[in-house]
Design a protein around this ligand. Structure first.
Ligand SMILES: C[C@H](O)CC(=O)SCCNC(=O)CCNC(=O)[C@H](O)C(C)(C)COP(=O)(O)OP(=O)(O)OC[C@H]1O[C@@H](n2cnc3c(N)ncnc32)[C@H](O)[C@@H]1OP(=O)(O)O
Length: 722
């Protein structure tokens, strides 16, 4: 294998050596780069013509941190470098201990290991917009090049903990006010300023500081312990399933109690352990899976260039339409919102205003930008303004004939290049476009509610959708900061279809004696934001029944037909909006169990002709989790088998971003593979004997179990071994 990146050393006539990290696209620190960094430093330290050093990154990016692609190698390899080789030997004993001053010149980003290298330098200069942070916890590890020790010493314990535990970077400007960087300059002046700064240190005109031994920002021991205790308690509450944030706090504490050098060694040891943890493997999988969703074979590998979408029209100013409009104007698209009358139009525009105002309140949007953003929005009651739009997103109620009419109208009024998208969550796109001749530009843009907040965009293509239109929508998705997944056309597409059995399995268990509230509790403990019943309340029973019907019609053999929700709906309990569903809700949306629920369950049981099964009534947590999620896995397998999703990792991202499946479990298929296809198959097979077709493992799952192949192996891999 070729070398992965290197550093370049260039010594100027002023005696300053500029060491540049070169490893596109983000100048990550591979082992090759780190080795080369050490060599360059050693060289600079030995050469008599070098008096001082500047470290920087090529092409306006300091460094995106340790090379995440190297994690896998480290997890498996026999010949790992010995602990502390990088953090003690290179970063501390070579860079920080150097007898010549070094200045980090930071542009673009200094993240993770990148910032850790910079913190070991004698000083840091940055541009005002550079991003500086330690996001390692997001990957299931802790900062491993001394960041747990140096950051708190530079910015204080409270701020250091906050930055590390939230993984959130700060901009150069804030970094300067925190003391993380020593000077701010523009990109153009960066290296020259850093050069001069290094010479000034050499000439005692500026302080020579080793961050590791700074003490002025660290709180006294007693106070520090209190802060650590508070943060530890908070972390335990916020992320009860995660170990590594607590390990991180321990490592920071060790440095404060026993000194920074001891802290460094403890960090190195903890880092090694966490690197092989399931959490780290899962989160690294999610990192790459997320970046992989926009690579679609046969579409994004054709060299197509996305067309420039400037003006977008949205039909329907309801919850979805207004959320989508909000997302678009926030990213500078000009938007026309069309409604059927003034009343609905005003309501839609007010909703959008409200969405933006809540950003202003949270300090995420200035008043000035609020006005500017709102000015991108125009209301309309007819199609006049549609003559120059580049894309339309239809977001009206789920009614086939209405949508058909709308698409026929759109074809008349919109220019021929215009993308015709529908935000339907269930209706077949072929049906929607049936009355048009524009089938190649019809596409699904399925947003999740609230559309301006949820990070996923399901892009649904039919057999006729042109690759150009898909590429265009992928580009829009990137601009509005959504993670796209491109899926095929079917009932429920990927996300809703996969997760339909989630509620169904729960209903089946409850009819056989399991407790509604225990199920929700167990599923929340597993890591979902809410259990299936709390979710049904949130979505509302009207929607739940309507989508349920779609599944009953399309997949009758495996739909569990429970009357529980319809029975409650009949009694005017329709979920959270009616303050009564599976839970009772007070004015503040707080949910509490309802003792009356058992009456409905009893009735539903009679309808279904089932009785309480003592085994189901006493299920262990593990059984509840498996009986609810294995049917989801089973459906995900069908989605893969039918080619609805391109690859398993896309379903992992769909589950995490569309349904809140815990990312630290790596997504639905990744999690399933950690348990094994054989095991899942045997469990489903057994339950299908006991409780019926609903649990019947599909052919894809069966074939993989028989061969012991992971579910994530591509369809071709699965077939070629049959
Ligand atoms: C010991 C140390 O403490 C441990 C560490 O340092 S762990 C690493 C810490 N660093 C991080 O977590 C940063 C991760 N990266 C990011 O957040 C973002 O990629 C970024 C902000 C740097 C850039 O974002 P953006 O410009 O949107 O580009 P993005 O598409 O994400 O990345 C560009 C490419 O660089 C790759 N990349 C980004 N950071 C990388 C890294 N640290 N290692 C290896 N590859 C990386 C991405 O996988 C992507 O590859 P692709 O083009 O093949 O899909």
């Amino acid at each position: 294998m070729g070398r992965k990146g290197h550093t370049v050393i260039d010594v100027g006539p002023d005696g300053v050596a500029i060491i540049t990290i070169v490893n596109p696209p983000v100048n990550s620190l591979s082992f090759d780069v780190l080795r080369s960094l050490k060599e360059s430093f050693d060289q600079a330290l030995q050469r008599d013509d070098v008096k001082a050093i500047v470290v920087t990154g090529a092409k306006g990016r300091f460094s995106g941190g340790f090379d995440i692609t190297a994690f896998g190698g480290l997890q498996e390899t026999e010949e790992r470098p010995k602990p502390g080789w990088i953090s003690v030997e290179i970063i501390t004993d070579t860079i920080e201990a150097a007898k010549k001053p070094s200045v980090a010149a930071i542009d673009g980003l200094a993240l993770g290991g990148g910032l850790e290298v910079a913190m070991a330098c004698t000083a840091r200069i940055s541009t005002p917009t550079a991003q500086l942070g330690l996001p390692e916890l997001q990957l299931g590890i802790i900062p491993g090049f001394g960041g747990t020790q140096r950051l708190p010493r530079l910015v204080g314990l409270t701020k250091g903990l906050e930055m590390i535990l939230t993984s959130k970077p700060v901009k150069g400007k804030e970094a300067f006010s925190l003391g993380l960087v020593d000077g701010l300059v523009s990109s153009a002046e960066l290296v020259n300023t850093a050069r001069q700064w290094a010479l000034d240190i050499l000439n005692y005109r500026r302080p020579w500081v080793a961050s590791l031994y700074k003490t002025d920002k660290i709180e006294p021991l007693g106070e520090a312990r209190e802060i650590l205790k508070f943060v530890r308690d908070q972390t335990r509450k916020r992320a009860p399933n995660l170990q590594h944030p607590l390990v991180c706090i321990d490592v920071i504490e060790a440095g404060i109690v026993a000194g920074p050098r001891a802290g460094l060694w403890k960090e190195a040891e903890a880092f090694e352990g966490l690197l092989v943890s399931d959490t780290c493997k899962s989160l690294v999988h999610i990192f790459f899976a997320q970046r992989g969703t926009s690579k679609v074979p046969g579409v994004t590998d054709r060299g197509l260039v996305p067309r420039h979408v400037k003006k977008v029209a949205i039909l329907g100013g309801g919850l979805m339409g207004s959320g989508i409009a909000t997302a678009l104007i926030l990213s500078n698209y000009t938007v026309i919102l069309k409604e059927v009358n003034d009343k609905f139009l005003d309501a839609g525009i007010n909703r959008i205003k409200g969405n933006l105002q809540s950003r202003v309140k949270k300090g995420r949007l200035t008043q000035e930008n609020f006005e500017k953003t709102m000015s991108l929005l125009k209301g309309a009651l007819d199609y006049e303004g549609f003559r120059d739009v580049d894309m339309v997103i239809e977001a009206v109620i789920e009614n086939v004939s209405l949508k058909q009419q709308i698409f026929a109208d759109l074809e008349k009024y919109c220019p021929p290049h215009c993308i015709l998208a529908s935000n339907t969550s269930t209706i077949d796109l072929n049906l929607i476009g049936e009355k048009t001749k524009s089938k190649d530009r019809i596409i699904g843009a399925h947003f999740f509610s609230p559309a301006h907040v949820m990070p996923l965009l399901e892009i649904v293509r039919t057999k006729q959708t042109s690759p150009q239109v898909i590429v265009d929508l992928l580009d829009v998705s990137k601009k509005i900061k959504k993670t796209p997944v491109v899926v095929g056309n079917c009932t429920g597409f990927a996300v809703n279809r996969m997760f339909f059995p989630y509620t169904q399995a729960a209903l089946l268990l409850v009819e056989r004696g399991a407790d509604v509230y225990q199920i929700d509790k167990v599923i929340t403990k597993f890591g979902m934001p809410m259990g299936p019943f709390r979710l049904a309340d949130l979505v509302g029973f009207g929607v739940a029944i309507a989508t349920g019907m779609q599944f009953v019609q399309n997949f009758p053999e495996r739909t569990y037909k429970s009357m529980l929700i319809p029975l409650m709906q009949e009694d005017k309990r329709a979920g959270e909006t009616t303050r009564k569903g599976f839970y009772l809700y007070d004015g503040k949306r707080k949910a509490s169990p309802d003792p009356e629920l058992k009456n409905y369950i009893e009735k539903a049981r009679n309808f279904a002709g089932v009785s309480v099964d003592p085994k189901v009534a006493k299920l262990q947590e593990k059984d509840i989790i498996e009986m609810i999620f294995f049917p989801v896995v089973n459906e995900a397998c069908r989605v893969l088998d039918e080619g609805i999703a391109v690859k398993a990792a896309d379903l992992d991202i769909s589950a995490v971003m569309g349904m809140g499946f815990p990312p630290y479990r790596g997504g639905i298929i990744f999690w399933a593979d950690s348990l094994g296809s054989k095991y899942i198959y045997s469990r489903l097979e057994k339950w299908s004997e006991l409780y019926g077709e609903f649990f019947k493992p599909c052919a894809y799952l069966a074939a993989r179990a028989a061969r012991g192949i992971p579910l994530s192996a591509s369809v071709e891999q699965g077939k070629s071994r049959l």
